[in-house]
Design a binder for this molecule. Structure first.
Ligand SMILES: Nc1ncnc2c1ncn2[C@@H]1O[C@H](COP(=O)(O)OP(=O)(O)OP(=O)(O)O)[C@@H](O)[C@H]1O
Length: 290
């Protein structure tokens, strides 16, 4: 296992913010941590990065306890924090090149380090800004640079804390492709936090829903959606009259409609219970068939 977390607990003073969190992830797996503000996502990720010391439980990242990770171990991780602002006067290409030199000593027979600067600029869509000073970038461009800084050392594990906050739809789409590529071609294990359910659905091999410091559900989008034994919403029209109902068997309803009204059935629309329904039910503490 690349990530192995068992019985993780975290306390800030008297407040226990993580209670018995356990999960694992293998090579090339994309795991998404979803949860409301204050659920403990950043705390979890910061403990795995070795930035915070846990109160209890066992944690291993690439077989090493993050509390005891050395430089070689750190060189195998990529980290994109929620936000950091510095290096404003550096130019984009210079900074990436400079940061990359740190990783050269940690290249292996199978992993070439660092990532070639021009290839990296192209991968994050910053080629045309390479000579600009960082302080002149827009918010979304700055976030792309954060991602580039996170992956310049060709990490085996990548931690991304809300990486797409501020991205426009095209940047988000390209970023999703990049994440898939890193996982599929480079076998990078990725732990990502987001508030965007659509993003979680698109990227995750597995979603962990964290609420008030506990994992309240884990699984694929399909598995999580199935937890809500929801009724589908069905809309249609016949001869210009619009209808709307809910049913647990939308396929059967559609079959009956076509048998009865044939080609007069128009505008048929079925909305299945979504990840959003499950998520909202879980974080509002409603009963869900776990
Ligand atoms: N340094 C700290 N000292 C005390 N409490 C903290 C500290 N850092 C975080 N907390 C508390 O721990 C809890 C979890 O915070 P965390 O930042 O991990 O949540 P999150 O899920 O990442 O939230 P968000 O979605 O808002 O980023 C919150 O209640 C927060 O107030």
């Amino acid at each position: 296992m690349v990530l192995a977390v068992d019985g993780l607990r975290m306390r800030y003073g008297d407040a226990e913010v993580l209670h018995d969190v356990s999960f694992s992830a293998g090579h090339g797996e994309v795991v998404v941590l979803l949860g409301p503000n204050g659920a403990g996502k950043s705390t979890t990720i910061e403990i795995l990065e070795g930035f915070r010391l846990r109160s209890a439980g066992t944690v291993e990242v690439l077989g090493v306890d993050p509390a005891a990770g050395d430089e070689r171990w750190r060189s195998r991780l990529g980290i994109v924090l929620q936000s950091w602002r510095d290096h404003g006067n550096w130019r984009i290409r210079e900074l990436l090149h400079h940061l990359g030199t740190y990783y050269a000593a940690y290249a292996t027979n199978t992993i070439e380090r660092p990532w070639d600067t021009d290839e990296l600029l192209a991968a994050v869509g910053l080629s045309s800004h390479a000579e600009q000073k960082i302080k002149t970038l827009s918010g979304g461009q700055r976030r792309r640079l954060d991602v580039a800084i996170g992956i310049v050392g060709r990490p085996e594990v990548l931690f991304l804390d809300e990486p797409t906050a501020g991205f426009d739809p095209e940047a988000r789409y390209e970023f999703h492709n990049l994440v898939r590529r890193l996982a599929a071609e480079h076998e990078t294990t990725i732990l990502l936090t987001t508030h965007d359910l659509d993003e979680a659905s698109k990227l995750a091999h597995r979603i962990l829903i964290l609420n008030a410091g506990r994992i309240v559900a884990a699984g694929t989008t399909g598995e999580l959606t199935a937890l809500i034994a929801g009724e589908d919403e069905v809309r249609w029209s016949v001869d210009g009259q619009h209808f709307h109902t809910t049913t647990p068997d939308s396929t059967g309803l559609a079959r009956d409609l076509f048998t009865q009204y044939g080609a007069s059935v128009r505008d048929l629309e079925v909305r299945r219970a979504s990840l959003e329904d499950t998520y909202l039910a879980l974080v509002r503490g409603q009963e869900v068939a776990l």
